[in-house]
Design a protein around this ligand. Structure first.
Ligand code: BG6
Ligand code: MG
Length: 221
């Protein structure tokens, strides 16, 4: 039975995935003269800041000094945070808050499982912090998805075994992390980009006719 739900933040609950993309795109252009495309960005989704910076250096074929590496990450983060500070509850993705509320009404415990160190800021700006029983984010874990650490931490915070939890993820690294942690997972996105999931939807507003519809959760083994 599904007793817990663990939601990735960026790209599942809130529309921040494009802000990460635009900030990496700017850094790629300004520092390396690279044209960073949405296809390149798939590798950056769900992955923590440091790992993203490593992938970018690899794409550019460049090795940076420790100082420049840190400076690049800080610059990208400043650009990202500038946009996050302008966010409002309108930036919550369609149906996301309602879905979490409906799942909670069915007795399901809900947590965040995000790689981001800006998670709290995003939750506050968008007004959804109060919907979650626990927050596992980039400030409390060290290993990047596809390592399952962040989801195992969230399940532990909820007091539930991984097998009773479903993870919602828009990133391949996150789906791989969920499975590595022994959890079922619902992909949020397109089957063209993602693989290795139990369910898939285009967004949390599109789950009403599936076994993950809140009113069917009690019967979903
Ligand atoms: C994830 C995003 O949620 O958080 C990644 O999908 C991002 O794209 C990662 O790199 C780390 O975020 P932050 O806010 O700590 O730089
Ligand atoms: Mg995501």
């Amino acid at each position: 039975m599904i007793r817990g739900m663990i939601f990735d933040l960026d790209g599942v609950l809130v529309d921040t995935a494009r802000f990460h993309y635009l900030a990496w795109k700017r850094l790629a252009r300004e520092w390396f003269g690279l044209d960073f495309t949405p296809a390149d960005n798939e590798r950056f989704k769900g992955v923590n800041r440091e790992a993203c910076m490593r992938i970018l250096c690899e794409m550019a074929g460049r090795t940076l000094s420790e100082e420049d590496f840190a400076r690049g990450m800080a610059l990208k983060n400043d650009w990202y945070v500038q946009r996050v500070r302008e966010m409002t509850p309108e930036d919550v993705l369609p149906g996301a808050a309602d879905y979490v509320r409906a799942a909670r009404a069915q007795g399901v415990r809900c947590a965040i499982g995000s790689a981001s160190k800006n998670c709290r800021l995003v939750l506050e700006r968008t007004g959804i912090a109060g919907l979650f029983d626990a927050v596992a984010d980039g400030t409390v874990v060290t290993r990047a998805k596809p390592d399952p650490e962040v989801f195992l931490c969230a399940a532990r915070m909820l007091g539930l075994p991984p097998a009773d939890c479903v993870v919602f993820e828009d990133a391949q690294a996150g789906l791989d992390a969920a499975r590595a942690g022994g959890m079922r997972c619902c992909a949020v996105g397109s089957p063209a980009d993602l693989t290795g999931y139990d369910w898939i939807c285009s967004g949390l507003n599109a789950l009403s006719d599936t076994p993950l519809a809140p009113e069917r959760l009690q019967d979903t083994p």
